[in-house]
Design a protein around this ligand. Sequence first.
Ligand SMILES: [Zn+2]
Length: 301
Amino acid sequence: MVFNTRNFTLSSGLKLLLALYAISLLGCSRSDEVGQCNAAPQAPARQVVIIGIDGLRTDAVSPTLTPFLFQLAESRGLAWGRVDVSNGRTQQTYSAPGWISVLTASWASAHGIVDNNSPGPVKSETVFERLQARKADSRSILMTSWKPLYDLVEGRLRGLPELHHAAFLRKNDAAVEQEVLTTWRACQPDLAFIHLDAVDEAGHDGAFDPSDPGYAAAVRETDARIRRLWEKALASPSAQGALPQRLVIFASDHGGIGNKHGRYSEAERWAPLLAISPSGYPAVKISELVEIGQASLDFVQ
Ligand SMILES: [Zn+2]
Protein backbone atom coordinates (compact mmCIF):
# COMPACT_ATOMS: atom_id res chain seq x y z
CA MET A 1 0.00 0.00 0.00
CA VAL A 2 1.36 3.42 -0.96
CA PHE A 3 0.05 6.66 0.47
CA ASN A 4 0.61 9.89 -1.39
CA THR A 5 1.37 12.21 1.49
CA ARG A 6 2.13 15.33 -0.58
CA ASN A 7 -1.05 17.21 0.22
CA PHE A 8 -1.90 15.68 3.53
CA THR A 9 -2.77 18.13 6.29
CA LEU A 10 -4.19 15.60 8.74
CA SER A 11 -3.49 16.04 12.39
CA SER A 12 -0.95 13.62 13.75
CA GLY A 13 -3.68 12.02 15.88
CA LEU A 14 -5.79 11.20 12.87
CA LYS A 15 -2.75 9.87 11.04
CA LEU A 16 -2.03 7.58 13.93
CA LEU A 17 -5.60 6.29 13.91
CA LEU A 18 -5.37 5.64 10.17
CA ALA A 19 -2.09 3.83 10.62
CA LEU A 20 -3.49 1.63 13.37
CA TYR A 21 -6.54 0.90 11.23
CA ALA A 22 -4.32 -0.07 8.29
CA ILE A 23 -2.24 -2.36 10.50
CA SER A 24 -5.33 -4.05 11.91
CA LEU A 25 -6.64 -4.68 8.41
CA LEU A 26 -3.41 -5.91 6.91
CA GLY A 27 -1.68 -7.86 9.62
CA CYS A 28 1.42 -9.02 7.77
CA SER A 29 1.59 -6.55 4.94
CA ARG A 30 3.50 -7.50 1.84
CA SER A 31 6.12 -5.56 0.06
CA ASP A 32 8.35 -6.64 -2.78
CA GLU A 33 11.47 -4.88 -1.64
CA VAL A 34 11.24 -4.70 2.12
CA GLY A 35 9.64 -7.70 3.74
CA GLN A 36 7.92 -7.07 6.99
CA CYS A 37 5.69 -9.09 9.22
CA ASN A 38 3.65 -7.10 11.67
CA ALA A 39 2.78 -8.41 15.07
CA ALA A 40 -0.12 -10.81 15.23
CA PRO A 41 -2.84 -9.89 17.76
CA GLN A 42 -1.68 -12.93 19.67
CA ALA A 43 0.81 -15.70 19.06
CA PRO A 44 -0.69 -18.76 17.35
CA ALA A 45 -1.27 -21.78 19.56
CA ARG A 46 0.40 -23.94 16.92
CA GLN A 47 3.15 -23.07 14.54
CA VAL A 48 4.99 -24.83 11.72
CA VAL A 49 8.52 -23.92 10.69
CA ILE A 50 9.94 -25.53 7.56
CA ILE A 51 13.69 -25.06 7.28
CA GLY A 52 14.87 -25.79 3.76
CA ILE A 53 18.57 -26.60 3.38
CA ASP A 54 19.31 -26.36 -0.33
CA GLY A 55 21.52 -29.10 -1.77
CA LEU A 56 22.10 -31.04 1.45
CA ARG A 57 23.02 -34.62 0.63
CA THR A 58 21.77 -37.43 2.81
CA ASP A 59 25.34 -38.46 3.70
CA ALA A 60 26.13 -34.95 4.91
CA VAL A 61 23.94 -35.38 7.99
CA SER A 62 26.37 -36.80 10.54
CA PRO A 63 27.66 -36.25 14.09
CA THR A 64 30.73 -34.47 12.74
CA LEU A 65 29.22 -32.27 10.02
CA THR A 66 25.82 -31.52 11.54
CA PRO A 67 26.24 -32.05 15.29
CA PHE A 68 23.22 -29.94 16.19
CA LEU A 69 20.84 -31.47 13.65
CA PHE A 70 22.09 -34.97 14.37
CA GLN A 71 21.69 -34.57 18.09
CA LEU A 72 18.29 -32.94 17.73
CA ALA A 73 16.96 -36.12 16.15
CA GLU A 74 18.69 -38.40 18.65
CA SER A 75 17.40 -36.47 21.64
CA ARG A 76 13.83 -37.15 20.45
CA GLY A 77 14.49 -40.80 19.65
CA LEU A 78 14.20 -40.05 15.94
CA ALA A 79 16.38 -40.82 12.97
CA TRP A 80 16.79 -38.66 9.89
CA GLY A 81 14.75 -39.96 7.00
CA ARG A 82 15.16 -39.44 3.29
CA VAL A 83 12.82 -38.69 0.40
CA ASP A 84 13.07 -39.22 -3.34
CA VAL A 85 12.80 -35.67 -4.66
CA SER A 86 12.68 -36.95 -8.26
CA ASN A 87 9.37 -38.74 -7.71
CA GLY A 88 10.66 -41.98 -9.18
CA ARG A 89 12.97 -40.30 -11.70
CA THR A 90 10.20 -38.20 -13.23
CA GLN A 91 10.97 -34.77 -11.76
CA GLN A 92 14.28 -33.05 -12.44
CA THR A 93 16.37 -32.56 -9.32
CA TYR A 94 16.55 -28.78 -9.47
CA SER A 95 15.69 -26.36 -6.71
CA ALA A 96 12.73 -24.58 -8.27
CA PRO A 97 10.67 -27.73 -8.89
CA GLY A 98 11.76 -29.18 -5.54
CA TRP A 99 10.85 -26.22 -3.34
CA ILE A 100 7.65 -25.51 -5.24
CA SER A 101 6.72 -29.15 -4.61
CA VAL A 102 7.25 -28.52 -0.91
CA LEU A 103 5.24 -25.30 -0.95
CA THR A 104 2.35 -26.59 -3.07
CA ALA A 105 2.26 -30.22 -1.88
CA SER A 106 2.26 -31.28 -5.52
CA TRP A 107 4.74 -32.54 -8.12
CA ALA A 108 5.95 -30.54 -11.12
CA SER A 109 3.48 -32.36 -13.36
CA ALA A 110 0.80 -30.40 -11.49
CA HIS A 111 2.51 -27.15 -10.45
CA GLY A 112 4.27 -26.66 -13.79
CA ILE A 113 7.75 -25.67 -12.57
CA VAL A 114 9.90 -28.34 -14.23
CA ASP A 115 13.33 -26.69 -13.94
CA ASN A 116 15.00 -23.50 -12.73
CA ASN A 117 14.09 -21.70 -15.96
CA SER A 118 10.35 -22.31 -15.74
CA PRO A 119 8.90 -18.79 -15.66
CA GLY A 120 5.69 -19.65 -13.84
CA PRO A 121 3.04 -18.93 -12.90
CA VAL A 122 2.91 -21.71 -10.33
CA LYS A 123 -0.25 -23.61 -11.21
CA SER A 124 -0.98 -25.24 -7.85
CA GLU A 125 -2.24 -23.50 -4.75
CA THR A 126 0.47 -22.79 -2.20
CA VAL A 127 0.34 -23.83 1.43
CA PHE A 128 0.22 -20.12 2.28
CA GLU A 129 -3.08 -19.71 0.45
CA ARG A 130 -4.49 -22.96 1.79
CA LEU A 131 -3.55 -22.03 5.33
CA GLN A 132 -5.42 -18.78 5.21
CA ALA A 133 -8.44 -20.35 3.52
CA ARG A 134 -8.69 -22.65 6.53
CA LYS A 135 -7.78 -20.12 9.16
CA ALA A 136 -8.63 -16.56 8.25
CA ASP A 137 -6.46 -14.76 10.79
CA SER A 138 -3.34 -16.84 10.19
CA ARG A 139 -0.01 -15.44 9.05
CA SER A 140 2.75 -16.93 6.96
CA ILE A 141 6.24 -15.91 5.97
CA LEU A 142 8.85 -16.93 3.42
CA MET A 143 12.51 -16.03 3.78
CA THR A 144 15.11 -16.72 1.16
CA SER A 145 18.16 -15.33 -0.58
CA TRP A 146 17.39 -17.17 -3.83
CA LYS A 147 15.50 -14.78 -6.08
CA PRO A 148 13.99 -17.36 -8.48
CA LEU A 149 12.14 -19.00 -5.59
CA TYR A 150 11.02 -15.66 -4.21
CA ASP A 151 9.80 -14.57 -7.66
CA LEU A 152 7.86 -17.78 -8.32
CA VAL A 153 6.03 -17.74 -5.00
CA GLU A 154 5.44 -14.01 -4.93
CA GLY A 155 4.38 -14.08 -8.59
CA ARG A 156 1.54 -16.34 -7.58
CA LEU A 157 0.64 -14.47 -4.38
CA ARG A 158 0.95 -10.93 -5.73
CA GLY A 159 -2.66 -10.78 -6.85
CA LEU A 160 -3.90 -11.68 -3.38
CA PRO A 161 -3.46 -8.50 -1.33
CA GLU A 162 -5.69 -9.82 1.43
CA LEU A 163 -3.28 -12.65 2.16
CA HIS A 164 -1.43 -12.27 5.46
CA HIS A 165 1.90 -13.26 4.02
CA ALA A 166 5.27 -11.57 4.29
CA ALA A 167 8.09 -12.45 1.93
CA PHE A 168 11.70 -11.56 2.63
CA LEU A 169 14.39 -11.60 -0.04
CA ARG A 170 17.77 -11.17 1.61
CA LYS A 171 21.26 -11.21 0.18
CA ASN A 172 22.58 -14.40 1.80
CA ASP A 173 22.00 -16.88 4.61
CA ALA A 174 23.60 -14.58 7.20
CA ALA A 175 21.06 -11.88 6.28
CA VAL A 176 18.22 -14.41 6.42
CA GLU A 177 19.38 -15.44 9.88
CA GLN A 178 19.54 -11.81 10.98
CA GLU A 179 16.01 -11.26 9.72
CA VAL A 180 14.68 -14.24 11.67
CA LEU A 181 16.48 -13.15 14.83
CA THR A 182 15.14 -9.61 14.65
CA THR A 183 11.56 -10.21 13.50
CA TRP A 184 10.53 -13.57 14.89
CA ARG A 185 9.39 -12.47 18.30
CA ALA A 186 7.04 -9.82 16.95
CA CYS A 187 5.84 -11.72 13.93
CA GLN A 188 5.11 -15.23 15.29
CA PRO A 189 3.69 -16.64 12.04
CA ASP A 190 1.48 -19.73 11.91
CA LEU A 191 3.63 -21.06 9.06
CA ALA A 192 7.17 -20.15 8.11
CA PHE A 193 9.40 -21.33 5.31
CA ILE A 194 13.05 -20.43 5.90
CA HIS A 195 15.34 -21.28 2.99
CA LEU A 196 19.11 -21.54 3.43
CA ASP A 197 21.22 -21.62 0.28
CA ALA A 198 24.91 -21.73 1.27
CA VAL A 199 25.29 -25.52 1.10
CA ASP A 200 24.10 -25.58 -2.51
CA GLU A 201 26.42 -22.71 -3.42
CA ALA A 202 29.38 -24.58 -1.92
CA GLY A 203 28.43 -27.70 -3.88
CA HIS A 204 28.51 -25.76 -7.14
CA ASP A 205 31.78 -24.08 -6.21
CA GLY A 206 33.46 -27.39 -5.32
CA ALA A 207 31.58 -30.65 -5.11
CA PHE A 208 28.39 -31.96 -3.56
CA ASP A 209 30.33 -34.31 -1.36
CA PRO A 210 31.00 -34.35 2.40
CA SER A 211 34.68 -35.01 1.60
CA ASP A 212 34.91 -31.70 -0.28
CA PRO A 213 36.34 -29.17 2.20
CA GLY A 214 34.22 -26.25 1.01
CA TYR A 215 31.01 -28.29 1.01
CA ALA A 216 31.79 -29.69 4.46
CA ALA A 217 32.49 -26.21 5.81
CA ALA A 218 29.19 -24.88 4.45
CA VAL A 219 27.29 -27.78 6.00
CA ARG A 220 28.95 -27.15 9.39
CA GLU A 221 28.25 -23.44 9.15
CA THR A 222 24.59 -24.07 8.29
CA ASP A 223 24.24 -26.47 11.22
CA ALA A 224 25.62 -23.76 13.52
CA ARG A 225 23.25 -21.20 11.95
CA ILE A 226 20.25 -23.43 12.60
CA ARG A 227 21.40 -23.94 16.19
CA ARG A 228 21.40 -20.16 16.70
CA LEU A 229 17.95 -19.85 15.13
CA TRP A 230 16.67 -22.65 17.35
CA GLU A 231 18.19 -21.33 20.55
CA LYS A 232 17.73 -17.60 20.04
CA ALA A 233 14.66 -17.08 17.87
CA LEU A 234 12.50 -20.17 18.16
CA ALA A 235 13.00 -20.62 21.89
CA SER A 236 12.01 -17.06 22.77
CA PRO A 237 8.38 -16.41 23.67
CA SER A 238 6.18 -13.99 21.75
CA ALA A 239 5.71 -10.40 22.80
CA GLN A 240 2.74 -11.60 24.88
CA GLY A 241 4.89 -14.22 26.59
CA ALA A 242 3.42 -17.24 24.84
CA LEU A 243 5.34 -20.06 23.21
CA PRO A 244 3.46 -21.92 20.48
CA GLN A 245 3.36 -25.68 20.14
CA ARG A 246 5.74 -26.06 17.22
CA LEU A 247 6.34 -28.54 14.45
CA VAL A 248 9.74 -28.05 12.80
CA ILE A 249 10.50 -29.78 9.52
CA PHE A 250 14.00 -29.88 8.07
CA ALA A 251 14.12 -30.72 4.39
CA SER A 252 16.36 -30.52 1.38
CA ASP A 253 15.42 -30.27 -2.28
CA HIS A 254 18.11 -32.41 -3.90
CA GLY A 255 21.59 -33.83 -3.43
CA GLY A 256 24.28 -33.56 -6.09
CA ILE A 257 27.13 -35.25 -7.90
CA GLY A 258 30.36 -33.52 -8.83
CA ASN A 259 29.41 -29.85 -8.84
CA LYS A 260 25.98 -30.40 -10.38
CA HIS A 261 22.49 -31.71 -9.87
CA GLY A 262 19.33 -31.91 -11.92
CA ARG A 263 19.38 -35.53 -13.06
CA TYR A 264 18.45 -38.82 -11.47
CA SER A 265 21.54 -40.39 -9.91
CA GLU A 266 21.15 -41.75 -6.39
CA ALA A 267 23.34 -38.93 -5.05
CA GLU A 268 21.07 -36.32 -6.63
CA ARG A 269 17.61 -37.70 -6.09
CA TRP A 270 17.65 -38.46 -2.37
CA ALA A 271 17.36 -35.70 0.18
CA PRO A 272 17.38 -35.84 4.00
CA LEU A 273 14.27 -35.04 6.01
CA LEU A 274 13.38 -34.71 9.69
CA ALA A 275 10.16 -33.65 11.39
CA ILE A 276 10.28 -32.65 15.06
CA SER A 277 6.88 -32.44 16.69
CA PRO A 278 6.38 -30.92 20.14
CA SER A 279 6.67 -33.25 23.10
CA GLY A 280 3.36 -34.91 23.84
CA TYR A 281 2.36 -34.92 20.17
CA PRO A 282 2.52 -37.98 17.95
CA ALA A 283 5.49 -38.19 15.61
CA VAL A 284 4.76 -36.72 12.19
CA LYS A 285 5.46 -39.21 9.43
CA ILE A 286 6.52 -37.80 6.08
CA SER A 287 7.71 -40.16 3.37
CA GLU A 288 7.43 -37.92 0.29
CA LEU A 289 8.56 -34.38 -0.46
CA VAL A 290 4.98 -33.46 -1.37
CA GLU A 291 3.67 -34.59 2.02
CA ILE A 292 5.41 -31.76 3.87
CA GLY A 293 2.75 -29.21 2.94
CA GLN A 294 -0.20 -31.33 4.02
CA ALA A 295 1.51 -32.37 7.25
CA SER A 296 2.10 -28.68 7.99
CA LEU A 297 -1.51 -27.70 7.35
CA ASP A 298 -2.80 -30.65 9.38
CA PHE A 299 -0.68 -29.61 12.35
CA VAL A 300 -1.70 -25.96 12.30
CA GLN A 301 -5.41 -26.80 12.38
ZN1 LIG B 1 21.97 -25.91 -7.03
